[in-house]
Design a protein around this ligand. Structure first.
Ligand SMILES: [Zn+2]
Length: 347
């Protein structure tokens, strides 16, 4: 949990993944989880774990790519007014209804600055009925750093990253935090490498960049890795909550990691999915199938790279996804690296 907490509390939005990459790089290096480690031109971190066979090595080994995107949804500074109010451009999909009265962190070259985020307009006491019912556009929001225009302009640059600020905590049987999407996937890949004992396959663990703006980092990463099998490691919706019809729940919390059947970017290889389910059944690891009508993940980029790659999609169920109160059930977290490592040991 400590590692997952550190990952969720390290800001990194699309195109600004240096901080989270440094955390992951330091961890996998310290614990000797990979044999080779490189950062590609776009910033994805790629570690190679050579086969560690029990007996004689298979020749040549199957090449398996694990892809977990490192970026979280956030903003880049787009404008600073004379009074020091900062406007931002979103990188990733926000529901503006979740952006009222938020504490945010403005990450500058000289350090992080706290700020608050609100939509432009009048508070409830003096707002018109019309204003009260309007859902603001993302461009209506601004940041207040509590500093003068000159002070803000001295410290903040156009292009600096901004993230929502929220703590990591445990609530009942769940963990709650911002950016469980997709620090859970990053964590699961690390835990998998830690749990693996003997395996014949060659594992290429890619912590990718810029997924939230269209799977951009996974495209060159899969092109260079040229895998035989791809496994996207991400999160997915869990809407088993009031106000959502049960047929739209996507996943059930506590039923184990979701093996995605399809979303709007990928139809998973059904043979791989069945192999994974067979391993889960044999080892007594919980997992569930899920279909997401809209949404994508890095698997789409892997599947369509070069001549095509057989691809499966792991996704941890997350309630209230893309808010700062994302919730994941501990059973689903545990089953994720348990199943992934058990499966890799069979290849
Ligand atoms: Zn994601």
């Amino acid at each position: 949990m400590k590692l997952l907490e550190t990952l969720t509390q390290t800001p990194s939005v699309p195109g600004r993944e240096a901080r989270i990459r440094a955390v992951i790089e330091a961890y996998v290096t310290k614990h000797k989880l990979v044999d080779e480690l490189r950062t590609d031109a776009m910033g994805s971190l790629i570690g190679i774990r050579k086969p560690r066979p029990k007996g004689k090595a298979k020749n040549p080994p199957l090449k398996v790519m694990l892809a977990a995107h490192m970026d979280q949804i956030g903003f880049l500074v787009s404008y600073i007014s004379a009074e020091g109010f900062v406007r931002v451009n979103p990188v990733g999909g926000f529901d503006t209804r979740n952006l009222f009265a938020r504490r945010v962190r403005v990450c500058t070259a000289s350090g992080d600055l706290p700020a608050v985020m609100n939509p432009a307009g009048r508070p409830i006491h003096i707002a018109s009925a019309d204003e009260k019912s309007k859902v603001p556009e993302i461009t209506d929001f601004f940041l207040d750093l509590g500093l003068s225009g000159d002070e803000v302009k001295e410290k903040v640059k156009i292009g600096d990253m901004v993230v929502l600020d929220g703590p990591f905590s445990e609530v009942g049987n769940y963990v709650v935090s911002q950016c469980l999407d997709n620090r859970v996937g990053c964590w699961a890949v690390i835990r998998t490498l830690e749990m693996l004992k003997h395996h014949n396959c060659e594992i290429h663990a890619a912590w990718t960049v810029q997924e939230e703006v269209g799977l951009r980092g996974a495209i060159p990463a899969s092109f260079s890795i040229e895998p035989d099998i791809g496994i996207s490691c991400d999160t997915t919706l869990c809407c088993k909550t009031p106000g959502v019809p049960d047929e739209q729940r996507v996943t059930v919390p506590g039923d184990g990691v979701c093996l995605k059947v399809m979303d709007s970017s990928t139809i998973a290889d059904i043979g791989l999915l069945e192999d994974l389910e067979a391993v889960a059944a044999k080892k007594g690891i919980k997992c569930q199938r899920g279909v997401l009508p809209r949404g994508g993940q890095d698997g789409a980029a892997i599947q369509r790279s070069r001549g095509g790659v057989r691809t499966a999609v792991f996704a941890c169920p997350v309630k209230y996804i893309h808010t700062i109160t994302e919730m994941s059930h501990k059973t689903d977290l545990e089953s994720y690296p348990a199943l992934l490592s058990a499966y890799l040991e069979t290849l």
